[in-house]
Design a protein. Sequence first.
Length: 370
Amino acid sequence: MSNFNVELKRVVDDSYDIQTGYNLTGALISDIKGGLVGGVRRFALITDSNVLELYAKPICSALKENGYSADIFSFPAGEKNKTREVKAQLEDEMLSKGYRRDCCVIAIGGGVVTDLAGFLAGTYGRGVAFINYATTILAAADASVGGKTAVDTPLATNLIGLFNQPKKVYIDIACWETLPERQIANGLAETVKHACLASSEFFTYLEENADRLLKLDREACEHIADENCKIKYSVVMKDERESGLREVLNLGHTVGRAIETVSDYRLLHGEAVAIGLTAQAKLSQKLGYMDESEVSRVTALLKALRLPTQIPDYIDREELVRKLYTDKKVRNGRLRFVLQKGIGDIVQFGENSFATEIDESLAREIIMSM
């Protein structure tokens, strides 16, 4: 018998920049020329049907005009298509065009695109470089920092994936101007979540500037983009792999993700999260962590941003309760919730513990009341 020790210690620097601005295609090309991804000359642009014509094709043309090889790989828009099957389809298309390990993936789109493309990049050729070019408010708030990539399955949301950090993130606020009104409101839900969990001052800013945000006022948009990055970074920096603190970013998502799925994606992600934020606020009040006025402020802000706060009548409440058990925070078959403490803080339940077990009966009571 013999024993051979394979020693593979390493120090990895996954730092990257997030650039916020307007019409950033030129900045992207300049960065690539400057060595952002080394000597890579071939780029796979992953996008969806909503973004294909608006942004992916112009960026593809710009790459080719500057001497690079590039192809677009697109899929139908929507959370419903963030699946292993679509990922495999995109991978097969890339293989058929001869893409190997000497390529870079550029994700152009919202959160669905960046989640899916980041996961693909992390497994393609055992890992290739990727860049996020975020075109939605939701992606700017939720997908710009953190490196969490994943796909959904009928049994669970975001449980199949990996941590994979991009080389750089571009938040192009000019893209927001092409979003429908519903998508503008949808994108602001994660911004409200960040304010609820981390900053009473930011929450007050959102209350005072709701109309400006819905009208895409330039100064207001730049401010929320910066604040979202700062708040999420302050969490991810301390807990990149979600061993404890990072769970706070799931505020509102236990009910939110479940209702998004049970609605068969008739509700957009931000709309579902808004309802989830309302549910957790009511639960927090029930447990003594928020008072009635604070819960009212949360629901009033969501309504001011044209987001729903009640569960639609077409949702089967019992099916929704059952779906809660597919949440990634579930441990040993027990529901666990992240809970808000007043405005701008989160309840801590112990050392490095930011979610607590909730009896199904209490979760059902809250859901039935909505």
